[in-house]
Design a protein around this ligand. Sequence first.
Ligand code: GAL
Length: 409
Amino acid sequence: MKFNSVVLLSLTSPCLGKIAAAKPQMGWNSWNTFKANINESIIKPTAETLVSSGLAKAGYEYLILDEGWQALTRDGNGRQQANATKFPSGIPALADYVHKLGLKIGIYSDAGIYDCDFFPGSWGNEELDADTYASWDIDYLKYDNCGGFQAGTQSPGERFSIMGNALKNTGRDILYSLCQWGNQFPWFWADQLSDSYRMSGDITSSFAKDNSGVCKTAYCLNTGYAGVSVLTMIRKMRELSGFQSPGSWADMDMLEIGTGTMTEYEEQTHFSFWAALKSPLIIGADITKISNTSLGILLNKEIIAINQDDAGVAVTYLPALSSEGSIQIWAGPLSAGSFGHVVLALNEGGNATSITIPWSGIPELQNSTRASYKVRDVWAAKDLGTIQTGITLLNVSSHQTKVLIVSRA
Ligand code: GAL
């Protein structure tokens, strides 16, 4: 829900306690690992693992059922219903189970007549479906765009706002996460009706290799199932990072950390950029089988704090300090309280290299009279002391990202 409208609602309705999505949402989603093959025996242990692994405590609070929870037809009253074989206890009982663990539960539907695998979408039934989700105590809706085109003349903006209003009218605080792959450039309008919006077609579990035909920039569009690599998703954010703001997050799609295709440095890079670009952090791996290394990356408190920083300002690409295809430098301010700036230095090339960052090259520091700053290397968990003029990072490995917090000495 839109930030302002929730503030207004909370004035008249004290039970709507939190401001929705003032920070990028964090959680787990079933799609990347399980596709539509989800059931209670997968979801319940996942919920338990979110708690036992420390992920819930670190902020990953939403457990989101993607496509595959639904039956192929609506019930006798026209309501969406769960697949009774896969979810024999039903969604309300599952929601109760998830809530008792201290988590929140998300569900998936679609702004078309059908969703991507021909389960019933919500087009034409938005109010009924929103009321159903609210009556099941659902806390989050991921709303997709397949089969939307069969809805005829209505634009995505219209179709997505009808569900946004239906959710608001339920009176329940349901986070509204748009998934229409960046179509119609939602960074210009989705703030009016949702908490977050996907800015691209689907991610694939690969650091650098895109599926064929994948677009490289934000304004060149792919639909769902696109197969966008981590590096290309980061590339697309060059045009979009300036749009990030509390209550309206561009969603870079689910994290592929722990899905077994990336090195430790590549997974660190993936996490650093999703965090500093203020994307929602939604885990896509099977957390019941994840390696300790990948889990450690997802649990890194300092990187999470960058994502959840009060200011909600994303880092910006700095072309003057970068070199296409080999070095990328991105930087941005943290909230006033921390007096800090976050700087990301990625070695995109194949060999280890040194990277030099002059303080004068960072926009917010350019006009400062200070010559020296305190520097912390976040992944090394090490204070590097007070450094004058700028820093040279020695021996940055291939595909590694150094994350620095640069603050007043
Ligand atoms: C795509 C969406 C994916 C997943 C999938 C389900 O449109 O981008 O994240 O939800 O549909 O079929």
